[in-house]
Write a protein that binds this ligand. Structure first.
Ligand SMILES: [Zn+2]
Length: 137
């Protein structure tokens, strides 16, 4: 458990919140260690009830750390948003061949009759939906 404080290398792109979490974990860890130490001392002095109390505090501290530590980390790997992608919908008007692109909207699908053409009376049809990697940071 002592290794934990040494493995605090900054996470790639770590936000300030991670440092707050990390600091809180270190504090809780230190308190838990102290509690366990006090518990063992009390146990040595045959103060079983006090020892038991400290043990509970210490153990729950470690459980809290373990819980925080093994939860999915938002920065290291989040499969839901590894990079920012834009989904682009391309619309074409079959009558005047006007082409338009816009951001993907919920419910878009290819060959869907979408919005009215801005140039003629026709209806624009979605011809492709694709992702585009966002260049800007
Ligand atoms: Zn048109």
């Amino acid at each position: 458990m002592k290794r934990m404080s040494e493995e605090t290398a900054p996470l790639a792109g770590g936000a300030t919140q991670n440092w707050v979490t990390l600091a809180a974990m270190i504090i809780v860890g230190a308190l838990a260690l102290v509690s366990l130490y006090m518990g063992f001392q009390a146990y040595g002095n045959e103060e079983i009830e006090i020892a038991f109390m400290y043990m509970i505090i210490g153990t729950s501290g470690f459980i809290a750390i373990g819980y925080a530590f093994f939860r999915p980390k938002p920065t290291s790997m989040d499969p839901l948003k590894p990079k920012k992608f834009d989904v682009i919908t391309t619309l074409e008007c079959p009558q005047c061949n006007l082409k338009r692109v816009r951001a993907f909207q919920r419910g878009d699908y290819i060959y869907k009759n979408d919005e009215p053409c801005t140039r003629c009376e026709g209806k624009m049809i979605i011809t492709s939906i694709h992702t585009r990697k966002e260049e800007k940071k």
